[in-house]
Design a protein around this ligand. Structure first.
Ligand code: SF4
Ligand code: SF4
Ligand code: SF4
Length: 320
């Protein structure tokens, strides 16, 4: 079995567990480092971004509650999030996140229809990078303003209010009311218009550009900052690299760093989702490898490439 096939099986299994698992009594908790959206009733685990912004276990919690049992519970959820995000790091993005898989489905559909991927130059991709930091700042500051500066509770869960997963993912459970306008007051109306508008724009973006939303996802940064304490290592033996460029050509999110890294072993960059496509397509034995501490999990190999990536397929991979 190829790594690509194993990844697809894992992604679909996790999608079923995280979207419908609650109906079978499965619960993977409320601190998951992926967009497993709690607005899907009956889901099997909750995205931590909701807890982080909330007034129950997160940043909108009043000061008095922080020094109570509730504060300890909030720390517990933070601890679970840190543990899970450190343990699997970007494997959450490439192998587990249900919203990541929805983006991959749109890419598969585009390829089936024979539509070429939209071009996004490296420079423009770099220009878009700060957006996820801005969203992270928004996600942190607004709940603090609610808790400590009297900002209206209608601004609560500020990122969820505009997250494209909120209107899109519940559709898989037959829930459509997150697409409706909320006429309660002006703030809720503006948020509901933004929510549907952003989700629609993202659907178009995700169709034409692989993993388009991941460019903006604040969860990606939270996972990435834990890289230093993660046992997951993505390494390159720089001396063995031929500079053939297969890793860059095959990368679904156009990462250049793996090819261009000439000195450091560590090649796990901010936008990498550890899909391992570059490792599968590297023709040099053990030049690219994924490790858990010092134990290798998967390494590039000449034999693997000869068997699964014949030359013709490699040359046209980005147009598949
Ligand atoms: S970056 Fe993409 S795959 Fe990772 S958590 Fe965000 S949406 Fe999911
Ligand atoms: S709306 Fe988005 S950020 Fe909020 S819980 Fe759902 S997936 Fe997470
Ligand atoms: S650098 Fe490699 S592992 Fe990371 S996203 Fe690109 S192909 Fe996947």
């Amino acid at each position: 079995m190829t790594v690509k096939a194993l990844r697809l099986i894992t992604q679909h299994t996790m999608f079923l567990v995280l979207t419908y698992g609650g109906r079978l009594g499965i619960s993977l908790g409320s601190a998951l480092p992926c967009l497993s959206c709690p607005y899907v009733s009956g889901c099997g685990g909750y995205c931590y971004l909701m807890a982080l912004q909330s007034g129950v276990w997160g940043l909108a919690m009043p000061l008095g509650d922080m020094v109570s049992a509730q504060g300890l519970e909030a720390l517990y959820y933070l601890g679970i999030f840190v543990l899970l995000a450190a343990l699997f790091n970007k494997l959450w993005c490439g192998w587990i996140c249900p919203f990541g898989l929805i983006q991959d489905w749109l890419t598969m559909l585009r390829k089936k229809l024979g539509i070429r991927e939209a071009r996004l130059s490296w420079r423009n991709r770099e220009r878009l990078k700060p957006v996820k930091y801005i969203l992270l700042a928004y996600l942190v500051v607004v709940p603090l303003l609610i808790a400590h500066a009297g900002l209206s509770g209608d601004f609560g869960l500020p990122f969820c209010q505009i997250c494209p997963a909120k209107p899109i993912m519940p559709l898989f459970a037959g829930i459509t009311h997150h697409l409706a306008l909320d006429l309660t007051n002006t703030i809720t109306l503006v948020f509901s218009i933004l929510s549907v508008g952003i989700a629609g724009g993202m659907l178009v973006g995700m169709f034409y550009k692989e993993r388009f939303f991941c460019i903006f996802c604040p969860m990606l940064i939270l996972i990435h900052v834990l890289k230093k304490i993660s046992p997951i290592r993505f390494e390159k033996e720089v001396d063995g690299c031929l500079g053939c460029g297969n890793c860059h050509r095959m990368c679904p999110v156009d990462i250049r760093d793996v090819q261009e890294q000439k000195t450091k072993k560590d090649v796990l960059s901010e936008d990498c989702m550890l899909c391992l496509t570059c490792v599968e397509s590297c023709p040099q034995d053990k030049v690219l490898r994924l490790k858990f501490l010092q134990w290798p999990l998967f390494a590039s190999s000449r034999k693997y490439v000869a068997r699964h990536f014949p030359m013709k397929k490699r040359a046209h991979a980005s147009d598949e």
